[in-house]
Design a protein around this ligand. Structure first.
Ligand code: CP3
Length: 318
């Protein structure tokens, strides 16, 4: 999940000097932002500072941030012609700043710590590209899937191909695993979840040929765990609504589970954070294949003392 960001004063300080894009595209700065949370907390993995929207950007659909927060995409996709004009060549070259930052991070953290790469699921990326930003209901994106199905397929094929080459470039740069964020899978009707989202994640995983383990983050879709397990993912990362030990029992040893503390706890107190983390850890005692994580990214309102309490509780648990 997002570890870096606005809850850290040192990140906010850099943001006074540089834009998000400058931070992400300058390997030295991306390295610095990636390492900031690791300097403060006893984390055992670093997730590279970047964004899922770098792929649409490399294809010719840039993104920006709204004044008051939130994503803005001006060049919305509306037709097959728009999709045909998307650039799919030289994606790894255009995104070379990411592996460059990864190589720097690896040098800095050594082999002991895990380094994670990531990308967005094709559906989640398409949802942003079709809506032009975040949406409460994703009706434009869903209507496109229904009414313009061949064009939707063409878009997904392009996103899959770009994602495979991008994740391979991350693997070349030494990531230990990659996470595919399907943040908006829950917009899909259950019966169409596979057609709209999972199928394309599965194609990416197949395209990687087992080179690196893939973690799938499926917000709001853990009731499709059985289907997700069949994509070839090695771990399923879930949000805080899920009963984690139950999910683990359902999946048995086929898949690791990752999650799922509610990041809202980080707005409270160190004591309450410690108690909540301890409770989750106890509930997973004895289960093999569990990666402690938050159920979503760290919010700007998270308190540093709570992040310290959380990471200490997890690393000291026995
Ligand atoms: O910890 C890290 O540095 C990891 C890097 C990371 C970012 N985004 C950096 C970022 C990761 C893994 C992401 C993933 C991402 N980006 C997702 C999937 C995970 C999820 O949250 O569901 C999605 C949907 C995005 C798109 C995106 N980027 C959103 C919705 C936002 C928030 C916009 C806002 O203003 O609230 C971003 C911006 C973003 N990406 C920030 C960071 C650190 C915050 C930037 C800032 O405030 O300066």
């Amino acid at each position: 999940m997002r570890q870096a960001g606005r809850h850290l004063p040192e990140y906010c300080k850099l943001k006074e000097q540089y834009t998000f894009h400058e931070l992400a595209k300058t390997p030295e700065l991306a390295e610095e932002v990636t390492l900031q949370p690791l300097r403060r907390y006893p984390l055992d993995a670093a997730i590279i500072f970047s964004d899922i929207l770098v792929i649409p950007e490399a294809m010719g659909v840039p993104y920006n941030f709204r004044e008051k927060g939130g994503i803005r995409i001006d060049k919305q996709i509306r037709s097959l012609a728009d999709i045909e004009s998307l650039e799919t060549t030289d994606i790894p070259e255009k995104l070379a700043y990411v592996p460059a930052a990864l190589r720097r991070v690896r040098k800095a953290i050594g082999e002991e710590k895990t380094m994670l790469g990531f990308c967005g699921s094709p559906w989640t990326l398409a949802a942003y590209m079709l809506e032009g930003g975040p949406s409460d209901h994703w009706h434009t994106a869903k209507a496109f899937f229904i009414e313009e199905n061949p064009a939707f397929h063409a878009l997904m094929e392009k996103l899959v191909e770009a994602s495979i080459s991008y994740l391979n470039a991350q693997a070349d740069a030494g990531v230990d695993a990659v996470q595919i964020f399907d943040s908006w899978g829950a917009a899909c009707p259950g019966a169409w979840y596979r057609e709209m989202s999972l199928k394309w994640i599965e194609k990416i995983i197949a395209g990687l040929n087992g080179r690196i383990p893939v973690i799938v983050y499926a917000k709001g879709m853990s009731h499709h765990a059985e289907q997700i397990a069949q994509t070839g993912a090695r771990a399923l990362s879930v949000d805080w609504t899920v009963n984690l030990p139950e999910l683990k029992r359902e999946l048995k040893d086929r898949l690791a589970v990752q999650g799922n503390l509610d990041p809202a706890i980080l707005d409270t107190t160190p004591e309450l954070t410690r108690m909540a983390a301890q409770e989750l850890l106890e509930s997973m005692r004895g289960h093999q294949g569990f990666i402690f994580n938050l159920g979503h990214g760290i919010h700007p309102s998270a308190k540093i003392e709570n992040m310290i309490a959380l990471t200490e509780t997890v690393t000291q648990f026995s």
